[in-house]
Design a protein. Structure first.
Length: 430
């Protein structure tokens, strides 16, 4: 048996995030529901004002990075549970079971969808561009928790002029916590944790735009689900743990976490191992896709975080109860001895030295965290060594291959990374 030494250099990050209060023009006593932003300057929030025992829903918008907020006209008494902002166009999923729309920055509104015979509460809306979007509403068929469904999933391809019901699967029709229990990364690929029904707590996945759903092998009390892309996702579980997947939900790893009842996650653009999370107490940061968490310093005494959103790699918004926070310089610093940027491409380098005896180093780079296999083959195509088979984070990596027990000759090493694969040749000379 050959001796194989594996040395992995993983690019790790720490955070030096600086949070600022950006609440000028906002009331002081409100519950936050949803925030969306199109850039570092322009954002919209949906909140519920609390005053003298009464609650009223309101929309506020900023165009100067949160330095000032202006209240927008909204439909009287109707709460936008989830809000989407694209340039001057705004879509809202409301607690009246409606989808409303404004094409003039929130000055006037029109109803795009309403059918009280199907739903009286919309939880979620996601517009991937100005034409294509997905929305979800609660459906009560019989008892609201024991016999709900099928869940209402709506799809539009024309900006909401038509919303078409596309879910034919009769599984639990309630989200349980508004937009937090589902997430779509494209009009075709999405995830949903049902509440009630035959499979409470089970997470389902669709890859055909909600026409059919598959049950994933994770059954936890997830309070929030968030996916970076079709492969990388994370859930916050009620009993102080998180679960992550790197293969689209086929397999999961669970880690302890300080997060209580999680309210939201947000992945840093282009650096998905960096994740922020919020609950009713703190902001948390992980630099290794949820394995470890640190608590961030915040400029407020008490935090009830609700909704996070990045608008660029350096700009992060956070809607809380009673306050909006913004970090306009999310600075991630390499904690390795050598500072380097996350590589922009998958690259397998030629081993060095080559020819070699008895050992050689194999270097490669990954632009994203993913499942990696590195194998060595002989001229017959037989696998003679498996140098790595598991998850690696984005960054530069180095593996040392010891070949004391192998004969002189030509060998091949193959790196498989998701759907990508590349092979190089090396020469062992005794």
């Amino acid at each position: 048996m050959s001796k194989i030494l594996l040395l992995i250099i993983i690019t790790a990050f720490t955070t030096t995030a600086q949070w600022e209060i950006k609440s000028n023009g906002l009331p002081t006593n409100f519950i936050g529901f949803s925030i969306d932003a199109v850039d570092d300057s322009t954002a919209i929030i949906s909140i519920v004002l609390q005053s003298s025992g009464f609650s009223t829903s309101s929309l506020f918008k900023t165009t100067n990075g949160g330095d000032n907020w202006i209240q927008l006209p909204s439909l009287s008494g109707e709460l936008l549970v989830d809000v989407e902002l694209l340039n001057e166009k705004i879509w809202g999923a409301t607690d009246w079971g409606r989808i409303i729309f404004s094409d003039d920055g929130g000055q006037t509104w029109a109803v795009q969808f309403v059918d009280s015979s199907i739903t009286e509460f919309m939880n979620y809306i996601e517009m991937f561009d100005e034409n294509n979007g997905i929305a979800m509403g609660d459906v009560y068929a019989g008892h609201p928790t024991n016999n709900p469904g099928p869940a209402l999933f709506l799809k539009t391809t024309n900006g909401g002029q038509n919303w078409v019901s596309v879910n034919d699967s009769a599984f639990g029709g309630l989200s349980g916590d508004t937009w937090r229990r589902l997430d779509f990364v494209s009009p075709s690929i999405g995830y949903f944790r049902e509440m009630g029904g035959a499979n409470p707590g089970v997470i389902f996945k669709t890859i055909d735009g909600c026409r059919s759903w598959m049950q994933l092998p994770l059954n936890v009390n997830a309070s929030v689900i968030k996916f970076y892309d079709e492969n990388i996702g994370i859930t916050s579980n009620i009993l102080n743990s998180v679960s992550r997947t790197l293969d689209g939900g086929l397999t999961w790893e669970t880690f302890p976490s300080p997060i209580g009842w999680g309210n939201d996650f947000e992945f840093q653009p282009e650096i998905p191992q960096n994740i922020w999370a919020v609950d009713a107490d703190y902001i948390y940061f992980s630099s290794n896709l949820g394995q470890n968490w640190v608590t961030e310093t915040i400029p407020v005494g008490q935090l009830i975080g609700r909704d996070l959103i990045f608008t660029s790699q350096l700009n992060l918004w956070l809607l809380c109860d009673g306050v909006v926070l913004r970090n306009s310089n999310v600075n991630t610093v390499l904690s390795n001895r050598e500072a380097a940027e996350i590589p922009s491409e998958f690259n397998l380098k030629q081993n060095y030295p080559n020819p070699f005896n008895p050992s050689t180093k194999i270097n490669f780079t990954l632009e994203k965290t993913g499942f990696v296999t590195l194998k060595v083959y002989n001229l017959l195509g037989e696998t003679i060594a498996i140098l790595f088979n598991g998850v690696m984070e984005a960054g530069k990596h180095e593996v040392t291959f010891y070949a004391e027990n192998f004969k002189s000759g030509i060998y091949f090493y193959t790196l498989t990374y998701g759907s990508k694969q590349t092979t190089k040749k090396m020469l062992l000379l005794r």
